[in-house]
Design a protein around this ligand. Structure first.
Ligand SMILES: O=C(O)CCC(=O)C(=O)O
Length: 295
């Protein structure tokens, strides 16, 4: 009895377990297959995204020679490429390394040197030339791009317009500046607050600086209120603090004095630290929110 009972139990177990085992195998196989393809799809997705981001960082063509996009009859067929470094979001400031060649910078200096005059300031109500004479101690000259006959300034102006996507007509004449030992520009805003300067037809929305020389020491362009820091410390406008951009021949610095909503950016306060060693040459272009009639 014992043995018959045992035999039939084993047989029943065998009959029942074979299909169950087969079904289980199928289920595990399918689950494994589905799971692995899901994981590999996920991998593929993230590697596509990574590739895309990488490409976007390198430039649309990932560093290879770009092919011009369909540009129609009136479009522009040229592709420009720029390296840039976003230095700050508050204020919006971006550096373009090697924006212009040494030869271009030197042609601009050679043209400007004999025209230099002590730099002037726009005066607020109640201010005089005498009461403001220590604020900006550089010398400078205003030059329209077409006046410089090697074409260096014309080329720079065109490239600036492409880099900013703000038409050339919005730019004032270049202000070419030279700072010698100890010379500086105290921190200030490029926008003209109507409360202090009276009604304005347009505003300087952005400034583009092309450094024409290296500087041995000092002469950095500074942003003391970067990230809205130091706003409430009773900041002395002579002090050289905050974000400092060291001039390097051929590099260009663009910063916006106005926010995207059209209001003044408090963080755009800036100035030039005193030159300690060497000379600083810089070509400044103030870019207005309307075309400029006096350029
Ligand atoms: O020389 C510099 O670095 C700054 C010049 C400047 O602030 C200006 O021209 O408004």
């Amino acid at each position: 009895m014992k043995s018959r009972k045992g035999k039939s139990t084993v047989g029943l177990r065998y009959k029942l377990s074979l299909p169950v085992v087969l079904v289980c195998c199928m289920v595990f196989f399918l689950a494994g297959f589905w799971g692995s393809s899901f994981i590999s799809q996920d991998d593929k997705g993230s590697s596509i995204n990574e590739g895309l981001h990488q490409q976007q960082l390198l430039g649309a063509n990932g560093g290879e020679k770009a092919v011009s996009f369909e540009h129609g009859e009136s479009g522009n067929s040229e592709i420009s490429s720029f390296s840039f470094q976003v230095l700050s979001w508050k204020p919006r400031a971006v550096l373009f390394p090697n924006f212009a060649s040494k030869e271009t910078c030197e042609a601009i200096i050679a043209f400007s040197r004999s025209r230099l005059q002590p730099s002037a300031l726009a005066l607020r109500k109640g201010e005089t030339v005498d009461s403001t004479k220590d604020i900006r101690t550089s010398s400078g000259t205003f030059v329209r791009a077409k006046e410089e006959k090697t074409g260096a300034l014309d080329w720079v102006e065109e490239k600036m317009a492409r880099a900013t996507m703000i038409p050339r007509a919005h730019g004032e004449a270049f202000n070419i500046l030279r700072y010698e030992f100890g010379q500086k520009y105290n921190s200030h805003y490029d926008v003209f607050d109507p409360a202090e300067y009276g009604p304005q037809n347009s505003q300087r929305m952005a400034s583009f600086l092309l450094y024409l020389s290296d500087v041995g020491e000092g002469g950095e362009t500074m942003f003391p209120f970067e990230n809205y820091e130091n706003v409430n410390i009773g900041y002395d406008y002579k002090e050289c603090i905050g974000l400092k951009v060291k001039p390097r021949q051929g590099d260009a610095l663009l910063f916006y004095s106005m926010l995207p909503n059209g209001t003044f950016d408090k963080a755009a306060l800036h100035g030039s630290c005193p030159v300690i060693k060497g000379e600083k040459w810089v070509a400044t272009k103030w870019i207005r929110d309307k075309p400029v009639s006096f350029r």
